[in-house]
Ligand binder design. Structure first.
Ligand code: CA
Length: 223
């Protein structure tokens, strides 16, 4: 497995190179945005660890150019700022995960392995969990073969839950992703939408897939 690290801070880059190499990965390092993009496009990388703040060309621009070029290489973003807006921006541009600096190497390694376990990304494909299916290009959702009658917002909500299944999604992240607004502390609209989605996706079926995580938000998974 080959990992491209695009990081301008020598210390962090060296630390990543050493740690990832010790864990059996082949590591290439680029220390500026222009070289980073070139390598990201030209090499057959299994994963890219991408710092956001870079000289010449920032991580957002690299990620955007990579996805525009149709490359679905998984990207783990390293951001210095822990803000919802930054995370959402990264995810919207097609990052697979993000880590806030400073981070523990063990956590980075766990994220890297988790992304690689997901296998090749299938962004415009059929999303599935158990007997729940969402054909995203057709905007058609079914459960146990039965068509679910969902509104556009419910489809967007289900898409997010399916793409990030097994992951606890905070209500503010969901609000940002699905409504493109920050609800601050009032999540009424979101809660109503989740209730409606559950009434269609879960209530008529024996197994519940949408679960509430108290104090956090929601997760879609088989339990
Ligand atoms: Ca940097």
């Amino acid at each position: 497995m080959r990992i491209l690290v695009i990081e301008d801070e020598n210390k962090t880059a060296a630390y990543l190179r050493q740690g990832l190499t010790e864990n059996g990965f082949v590591v290439d390092v680029c220390s500026n945005g222009d070289d980073g993009l070139r390598q990201a496009l030209s090499l057959d990388n299994d994963l890219i660890v991408l710092d956001v703040m870079l000289p010449r060309r920032d991580g957002w621009s690299i990620l955007n150019a990579l996805r525009q070029a149709g490359r679905q290489t998984p990207v783990l973003l390293l951001t210095a700022r822990d803000t919802v807006a930054d995370k959402v921006r990264g995810l919207e541009l097609g990052a697979d995960d993000y880590l806030i600096k400073p981070f523990d190497f063990a956590e980075l390694l766990a994220r890297v392995r988790s992304i690689l376990r997901r296998g090749p990304p299938r962004r415009d494909d059929v999303l599935r969990l158990a007997d729940l299916e969402l054909n995203w290009p057709c905007r058609r959702a079914t459960r146990a073969g039965k068509r679910l009658d969902l509104t556009a917002k419910e489809l967007a909500l289900l898409e997010l839950l399916l793409r990030r299944q097994g992951e606890a999604l905070s209500r503010s992240l969901i609000a940002q992703q699905v409504w493109d607004v920050n609800f601050d502390s009032d999540f009424n609209v979101l809660e109503v939408a989740i209730r409606r989605l559950r009434s269609k996706v879960d209530d008529p079926f024996p197994r519940q897939l949408i679960h509430t995580i108290r104090g956090v938000g929601y997760v879609l998974e088989e339990r």
